[in-house]
Design a protein around this ligand. Sequence first.
Ligand code: AKG
Length: 247
Amino acid sequence: MILTDANKREFAERGYIVVRSVLSRGEIDAAMRVVDDLIAATPPPDGHCGHHFYWPALSPGHPLLGLLLDGAAFDVAEQLIRPGRLTMPRQAQVALNIPPYPHRPGRGHIDGVTPTEDDGRPGTFTMLAGLMLTDQTVENAGNLWVWPGTHRAQEVLFRERGSEALRTSRGLPDIPHGASEQVIGRAGDLLLAHYMLSHNIGGNTSPNVRRVIYYRLQREGHRERWHDCLGDLWLEYDAVRAALGAA
Ligand SMILES: O=C(O)CCC(=O)C(=O)O
């Protein structure tokens, strides 16, 4: 599964892409069983609607690490940063969105500030990868909301105000948001989003619980260069820079 230069330029322009059919039916079914087990072990409170997250730690052999690594997903994500390499994530986010939840977010956030990492470093990363386990082919089905282009506005803001603006804004930097979009996809599709793309939890008025597995992926060495990444969107994305240069 190969990302084209057009895919990489779309990622650069909009801040995210959805890559179709990255998971096989067998991989989706196996991941659904893992999520079923998490829910059975610790069910959401009775009557709970809206988002409900599990944060499993990933060590070698964990099925949700296998879901990312054993098929195409990790390789496809890494194609945005090559010859750079991604590190193995140590945690996944199992993100449910339980109907009925007639919510419409007013704006987005970027991750990693509430909470920060244990040592106080904002938990910045390179890209968000989301493996969809359920169809979100229409809006208001628990889809992730994104504000295309906000990654570029965040870069401008961080250049002006420095990386401290991430902490002081509590992940809600003061940038124009423009029009939102709900991410559309089918079970098995892969969302790849730049760390600095503003996004938020959406509503779910469909009959189905929305299920996505998110991974916050860092390029090797990210912890040493995260300040610089905030002011330089494509610092870690050699392959996106090359695609832009080839245009
Ligand atoms: O549930 C979702 O799709 C979005 C989750 C989210 O925005 C977050 O965890 O930062």
